[in-house]
Write a protein that binds this ligand. Structure first.
Ligand code: GLU
Length: 468
């Protein structure tokens, strides 16, 4: 696996590759590419066995829109360069799905498994205080979210810390997204990145010209999928693709072993087992294999890397057999590996589109926190009344009764989760359609370069409008 420094190099090389398809001046291109600022924080926390010093970062890659947006990860392997690469990806991701955010990212160099929940809470609150003090957590300037090693709990502690420091800020809840629904979060946020992966794969399979050239046949049903990483994103993507699209999940890779079953794994059962035992060893859903990394190269229709960066590099790219790779993780393919895979005629849906579902629903959560009212509150009853009137009119005109099932569906209307999924689906579909069109119209060989081109062009327009 490549060092974090190479992740940033990879991201920059992808940017440089896309620049040739734009009319942007070298000066402006550099302005867009470089990270605006990175704050490094060393802070002490008094825990039961003494004072511990932790190191964290918050990078702001772009501020052409504010707030800047992006998750905070807890990972012992994190570094400044990694955070800067991830912040850059946030900038491009937000531009592609057209959410009005700049790009940011944070990390804390810690292995969360080495600490109790009470200790993690204390550390998170101290980290949050340091970031809040510098407006690196702020509803108008910088809004974190969950990432690798963090979740709804950490976000609710951050929100609580912000509210304590600014008790009169009426928009305090919008200082962070990915909170639990009962603490100002939004239903559907925790499944959102996995949902986005499902929606973008569905959209890919709506375009014959995209799936036929790589040897894939019509329809998602029965497609063989291998997933690497079974955290929040990998689990939800696998679960939805299996339960709603009839895909066969033939392999799930985790850091401590893989589960294989050519007939398809029951994803929920595998998750329950893994949650309980911390391993797939002994799981009756499939065969356990210790050497999980080698299964990235197994024969399958779709490979979904959903863990960390640079898992596909020069060493294994030549052996990859999947026909389509969907980057649920950020940066799972190195620049050089990307070139090899494209030469092998493998389709790749890049991270900055494939995993944008998380920040899309974060955007809805942020808006909802600022509106102080749930989605659908005002129109639900009005819509029900209109449908009742319409049904009555149809029944009077035709002299026939509408079947109860249809009546109920029409009158019941949309719940908040329906609206969230609908908004997400629309954003992901539109992003995919625009990127594939840019690819065709500009004779760009791959989706990733086309996605970067769209992002760069949009950011350039935004800088241009402020006279830069
Ligand atoms: N950490 C997620 C990502 O990498 C979500 C970011 C957000 O919601 O702001 O896209």
């Amino acid at each position: 696996m490549l060092a974090n420094k190479d992740f940033l190099n990879s991201t920059n090389k992808l940017f440089d590759k896309a620049i040739q398809y734009t009319d942007i001046s070298p000066g402006l291109a550099k302005r867009i590419k470089v990270c605006n600022s990175t704050y490094t924080i060393n802070f002490g926390v008094k825990l039961k066995d003494g004072i511990h010093t932790f190191t964290g970062w918050r990078s702001v890659h772009s501020e052409h829109f504010e707030p800047a947006k992006g998750g905070i990860r807890y990972d012992i392997a994190s570094s400044q360069k990694e955070v800067e690469a991830l912040a850059a990806l946030m900038t491009y991701k937000c531009a592609i799905i057209e959410v009005p955010f700049g790009g940011s990212k944070g990390a804390l160099k810690i292995n969360p498994k080495n600490w109790t929940e009470a200790e993690i809470e204390k550390i998170t609150r101290r980290f949050a205080q340091e970031l809040i003090k510098r407006d690196l957590i702020n509803p108008a300037q910088n809004v974190p979210a969950p990432d690798v090693g963090t979740g709804a709990k950490e976000m609710s502690w951050i929100a609580d810390e912000y509210r304590r420091i600014f008790p009169t800020d009426i928009n305090a809840l919008a200082c962070v997204t990915g909170k639990p629904p009962q603490k100002g979060g939004l239903v559907g946020r925790s499944e959102a990145t996995g949902r986005g992966v499902q929606y973008i794969i569905r959209e890919f399979f709506r375009h014959k010209d995209d799936y036929q050239p790589v040897g894939l046949k019509d329809g998602l049903a029965g497609k063989n999928i291998a997933i690497q990483g079974f955290g929040n994103v990998g689990f939800h993507a696998a679960k939805f693709l299996q339960e709603e699209d009839d895909c066969k999940i033939i392999c799930i890779m985790e850091h401590n072993g893989a589960l294989l079953n050519p007939k398809g794994i029951n994803v929920q059962a595998a998750k329950n087992f893994y949650m309980q035992k911390g391993t797939f060893d002994g799981c009756s859903e499939g065969v356990f294999k210790e050497d999980s990394a080698s299964f990235l190269c197994m024969k399958c229709d779709i490979l979904i890397p959903a863990a960390l960066e640079n898992v596909i590099d020069m060493s294994n790219a030549p052996d990859i057999q999947a026909k389509l790779i969907v980057e649920a993780a950020n940066g799972p393919i190195s620049f050089e590996a990307d070139e090899i895979l494209l030469k092998k005629n493998i389709a790749i849906i890049p991270d900055i589109m494939a995993n944008a579902g998380g920040v899309a629903v974060s955007y809805f959560e942020w808006v909802r926190n600022l509106r102080h009212i749930r989605f659908g509150r005002l129109e639900k009853r009005r819509n029900a009344y209109q449908f009742e009137t319409l049904i009555a009119a149809i029944e009077t005109m035709t002299g026939k009764q509408m079947p109860e099932k249809f009546k109920d569906q029409l009158i019941e209307g949309s719940s908040e989760i329906d609206l969230v999924r609908s908004g997400l689906d629309d954003m992901i579909r539109e992003a995919y359609q625009k990127v594939r069109l840019a690819k065709i119209e500009n004779s760009i060989p791959d989706l990733r370069t086309a996605a970067y081109k769209i992002a760069i062009d949009r950011i350039a327009i935004s800088y241009d409008s402020i006279g830069l």
